[in-house]
Ligand binder design. Structure first.
Ligand SMILES: NC(=O)C1=CN([C@@H]2O[C@H](COP(=O)(O)OP(=O)(O)OC[C@H]3O[C@@H](n4cnc5c(N)ncnc54)[C@H](O)[C@@H]3O)[C@@H](O)[C@H]2O)C=CC1
Ligand SMILES: O=C(CO)COP(=O)(O)O
Length: 331
């Protein structure tokens, strides 16, 4: 199969590498010629130490060249660039190509999932390609080392989801299928905000009890919102749900967890994001998460706590005191 990866960050590169090693013809596109030229020449990614990029991968910053004849377009740019990238790719995408969204986020102004954003741009260009999503506990740094990893391939069209599943069969990634494409993406976007909260708790010096409690209650608030949005309950207890929240809230690879830790240690959100130096999707997703809570009338105390700290500059320790002193409830 010909697979075009849009996005030459750590995730696009790690996915491109395993798909190329699995026998597919892989092209990786980045908007920035400097990035593609350096990756093509060096065959290594600055943020994936020890990972060798196969010689067979072709890098380009030319969309027409990247998309021509591709069977799959795998979108791996950060969520805030998904719409413009889908818009720019749309005219060049083959009508039979399946789109795979690998980024995690919700569009701030429309509250669309990223597959909805991509579908919207395709339909504006007169296209109706099937759009799928992949998600799960998947740090690029570990996939780049071929460590066993599990994902879900999500699409209401199960045949399309199974085709995406087939692409990964034989790699270090064991792929499952999940028809609940909305639930999978709500989990992927919101777990990043919850992971910032857990990172803040760590940065404040709290212990494993606190972190486990926040992961558990964080998942519960995502589940409540997801159910109100019509998602499948099982998704929240699966790879894209609790699986991804656990890895993001506990892994030293996690940019969201790291940004939260730095905030807990006293940095501002801007300073923390700068220090992390890669995309912190939980910060991008925060406004949409807050809007969804309001729209669906949901009480989401941990997401609200992150909002108070990041957007209202509340003192993290005061916010934790407030959380602990909320009225007593049934679990
Ligand atoms: N890194 C990981 O372990 C995983 C990341 N993801 C998701 O994948 C997405 C991408 O993340 P990473 O690869 O880690 O990001 P990254 O921070 O490594 O890379 C950012 C990339 O964004 C691209 N970019 C910057 N401005 C752009 C623009 N205007 N248009 C198009 N591209 C632009 C750059 O080419 C750069 O390579 C995120 O949504 C992330 O949540 C999902 C699973 C795992
Ligand atoms: O989505 C991810 C792991 O599944 C990556 O998380 P971070 O963006 O926090 O590194």
């Amino acid at each position: 199969m010909i697979i075009t990866v849009a996005g030459a960050g750590t995730w696009g590169t790690a996915l491109g590498r395993i798909l190329a090693l699995n026998g597919h013809e892989v092209r990786i596109w980045s908007r920035f010629p400097k990035e593609t030229e350096s990756l093509s020449a060096e065959r290594k990614h600055p943020n994936l130490p020890g990972c060798v990029i196969p010689d067979s991968i072709f890098f380009t910053s030319d969309i027409a060249e990247a998309a021509a004849g591709a069977d799959y377009i795998l979108m791996a740019v950060p969520s805030v660039y998904t719409r413009e990238t889908a818009h720019d790719f749309a005219p060049y995408i083959d009508e039979k190509a399946i789109i795979i969204s690998a980024a995690k986020g919700i569009e701030k102004d429309t509250l669309m999932t990223l597959t909805e954003v991509i579908g919207d741009e395709l339909s504006r260009a007169g296209k109706n390609n099937t759009v799928t999503a992949i998600s799960g506990p998947t740090h690029a740094e570990e996939v780049a080392k071929d460590l066993p990893t599990l994902i879900v391939c999500a699409c209401e069209d199960l045949e399309a989801a199974k085709k995406v599943q087939q692409l990964f069969d034989g790699t270090c990634i064991r792929p499952y299928v999940n028809p609940d494409i909305k639930g999978v993406q709500i989990c992927g976007a919101l777990k990043n905000v919850e992971a910032i909260a857990v990172g803040i708790a760590r940065g404040l010096g709290y212990g494993d009890n606190t972190c486990a409690a926040m992961i558990t209650r964080g998942m519960e608030e995502i589940r409540r919102l997801g159910l109100a949005m019509g998602c499948r309950e099982k998704t929240f207890f699966g790879l894209a749900g609790i699986g991804d929240l656990i890895v993001t809230a506990t892994s030293l690879h996690s940019r969201n967890n790291k940004a939260g830790y730095l905030i807990g240690q006293g940095r501002t959100a801007e300073e923390a994001a700068k220090e992390v130096g890669m995309v912190v999707e939980g910060m991008n997703a925060l406004p949409a998460a807050v809007s969804l809570c309001e729209q669906f009338g949901m009480d989401m105390p941990i997401i609200n706590a992150v909002r108070s700290i990041i957007t209202e500059h509340a003192k993290p320790s005061d916010v934790v005191t407030e959380l602990m002193n909320r009225s007593l409830k049934m679990e």
